[in-house]
Design a protein around this ligand. Structure first.
Ligand code: ZN
Length: 663
């Protein structure tokens, strides 16, 4: 019996592909037909990137000044390490960005990546500091009467500890007197145990989070964790090197650290608008923003300092209405309204606005401009998608029709470095209409694995498809080339020329992409076509902190989504689980096609399992074996033991590295 619950939605494997051997050479046929060497931009890509550079004023301007302003110190070591001595964050890994934009990178993304890569401890204003550039996210530090109040302790315990050390070494050693999580995404709370202990919390240090935090932090990624985490490896470029032909930045921040993610639950969840708490002498006024960028989120205002923190609701990028890694779709209209609320309420009383990604914006007028632009971009994608949809557009048509608005050419904080107009318009469409565009032929389509070979036949066979694709590639029509070559690869994944050309096509799309997420997705796709999926075993997605926080019913729901009816040949039966340490009983109805967990006991159980939930967690994490628990008296099974094993044997163990670019 093996139970693994995938939970984080962020597999932290950053840079794990960096030491790999060179990929195999492309086929001689593809090279002869004009395939560009891997890592080179075609003339069309160079032109597209040059055209964008000509259209936008990509000088760093005030953004560059803001991103560098008042740096007090930086980490001078080569790397942030974990306790085993493994590299969690290599300090110089983004130094290659200190150059002009190369032909292989969208120049606007290059500029954004340069800005996000500035690293160190920065002063925001008297009493407010930020550690930036050592993680995907930013840790803000507010000086209280007696110690530091930390806002969003990064993704990993190692980067968070290094950030706090930098603060203490530079500004003087002080205790942590409060921790805030602005929202329920792991890059804002995962490092907590690197900066605070259970003992400190028990001694009264407050840990504040928005209402619904605990539930969202564990549940948002629990049931769908394997797919989300796998897709996150593509979106964040975790398996790519950091280089001008690979990962240059995520658009949201430099990249994910390869460290330990913890979960220390908050002591209080805050709700409402204008809710006030005083922490270590500092007044915080909270503004709930649930259901915008995250299911649980707040922003806050510091009246004594005239400073506004917009968490991840407003940052220096157009964010994701629907993230490519997968999550429930977000509400762009609500998002826009919440930003308008803080603009109206705090826009004229804020000298600075800072967030949990990117750099701050200073000056009352600039703060108001920033908030107005951020409000407008979510409003724009929402309204224009619906304008087109209401006129009859399908999802794809609506996304094509939503063109770059005027203000994106001037205020780069609204550009699509992370989310894009294209996929956010599709997200808005999905929010209102679901996945279907309204055309009957699309309602019950055959799977691509079935149609791919039929398309190839209909187009005249594999050689003809190669010709069609190559001619699309030569003309720079990469979106069409990708579709053509993708038919070939899905019809015959062993067609090496097809793989070579699809890989080259993804690479050009990546080289042109302004979104860091799109670039990483395309370039990881290209790499997986060349090398195959990484052969490094399933990452360990189990995590004791997270598991402990998962309610028992949710844990069994996560097991139920792995139930394989084909593996069950018994008549329906019930297994009852008793967890004495939690004084909980849960009944699991095992039917032919579904598992149905329900809190409470059931009569006529085929078997009853008595085990502490903490021991079940250890079992799930692989820290204990069933036999050992039974012989040690920690797990008792009464009734039909084989019913229990039949139930567990019917649970699938999904592979992490499933194919995405091949069938
Ligand atoms: Zn974040």
């Amino acid at each position: 019996m093996r139970i693994i619950v995938a939970g984080l939605g962020l597999a932290l494997l950053a840079g794990c592909g960096q030491d790999e051997a060179a990929p195999p050479e492309p086929s001689a046929e593809a090279i002869e037909a004009g395939l560009p060497a891997p890592g080179t931009a075609t003339a069309v890509t160079k032109q597209a990137n040059a055209d964008l550079a000509a259209r936008l004023d990509l000088s760093q301007g005030s953004d560059g000044e803001d991103a560098r302003r008042d740096r007090l110190a930086y980490i001078e070591d080569e790397a942030i390490l974990n306790t085993n001595g493994d590299v969690v964050w290599a300090i110089p890994q983004f130094e290659f960005l200190d150059a002009d934009a190369p032909e292989t990178v969208n120049p606007s993304l290059w500029r954004q990546s340069q800005l996000a890569a500035h690293h160190g401890l920065f002063k925001v204003m008297d009493g407010i500091y930020q550690v930036r550039g050592y993680d995907l996210s930013v840790m803000s530090v507010i000086e209280g009467d007696t110690g530091w109040i930390l806002v969003d302790p990064l993704t990993a315990t190692e980067t968070a500890a290094a950030a706090l050390k930098l603060v203490n070494n530079t500004l003087g050693e002080r205790p942590v007197t409060g921790v805030l999580y602005t929202h329920s995404h792991a890059d804002h709370f995962g490092g907590a145990r690197g900066v605070i202990t259970d003992e400190q919390v028990a001694a009264g240090v407050p840990v504040l989070a928005p209402i619904g935090f605990s539930e969202s932090a564990v549940s948002e990624n629990l049931i769908a964790g394997n797919q989300m985490s796998r897709r996150a490896t593509l979106m964040f470029g975790n398996t790519l090197p950091r280089s001008t032909t690979a990962h240059v930045g995520s658009g949201l921040g430099p990249g994910l650290p390869n460290g330990t993610v913890s979960l220390l639950l908050p002591t209080e969840e805050i709700e409402g608008r204008g809710t006030v708490r005083v922490i270590d002498g500092v007044t915080f006024e909270f503004i709930d923003a649930a259901g915008t960028e995250a299911p649980a989120e707040f922003m806050f205002y510091l009246p004594e300092k005239r400073a506004l923190c917009t968490a991840e609701v407003a940052t220096a990028t157009f964010h994701n209405v629907l993230t490519p890694r997968g999550a429930k779709v977000r509400d762009a209209l609500k998002w826009s309204r919440v930003i308008d609320y803080v603009l109206a309420e705090y826009g004229d009383k804020s000298d600075v606005v800072f967030a949990s990604h990117h750099w701050p914006t200073w000056g009352e007028e600039n703060v108001a401009d920033f908030l107005a632009s951020q409000r407008d971009i979510y409003r724009y994608v929402h309204d224009q998608t619906l304008r087109n949809a209401n006129a009859g557009a399908t999802m794809v048509e609506a996304a094509e029709a939503v063109e770059e608005p005027d203000f994106q050419g001037e205020d780069f904080t609204t550009r699509g470095y992370y989310g894009t107009l294209n996929h956010n318009a599709k997200a808005v469409y999905q929010h209102y209409f679901g996945w279907w565009g309204g055309v009957p032929a699309d309602y019950n389509r055959l799977p691509h694995e079935v149609t791919a070979s039929r398309y190839v036949d209909a187009m005249g066979g594999a050689d003809r498809v190669l010709e069609i694709g190559q001619s699309a590639f030569e003309s720079g029509d990469y979106r069409w080339a990708a579709e053509v070559f993708n038919h070939l690869v899905f019809a015959d994944p062993d067609n090496q020329e097809g793989r070579d050309w699809l890989s080259a096509t993804y690479e050009q799309l990546g080289f042109q992409a302004e979104s860091g997420a799109w670039r990483s997705y395309y370039l990881t796709g290209a790499a997986e076509l060349r090398r195959g999926v990484p052969d490094i075993g399933n990452p360990n997605l189990g995590n004791p902190d997270f598991l402990k926080a998962v309610p028992s019913l949710d844990l069994f729901d996560a097991l139920a989504v792995r139930y394989n009816p084909g593996e069950m040949d018994r008549d329906p039966f019930v297994v009852v689980f008793n967890f004495p340490d939690r004084e909980e009983t849960i009944s699991l109805l095992v039917e032919k096609s579904v598992l149905v967990p329900r809190m409470g006991a059931t009569e006529d159980a085929a078997a009853t399992v008595t085990i502490n939930r903490s021991d079940l967690d250890r079992l799930i994490l692989g820290e204990a074996a069933p036999l050992g628990l039974i012989t040690g008296g920690k797990m008792k099974i009464s009734g039909k033991r084989n019913a229990v094993s039949a139930m567990f044997d019917a649970l699938d163990q999904p592979d992490f590295w499933f194919n995405t670019v091949t069938p």
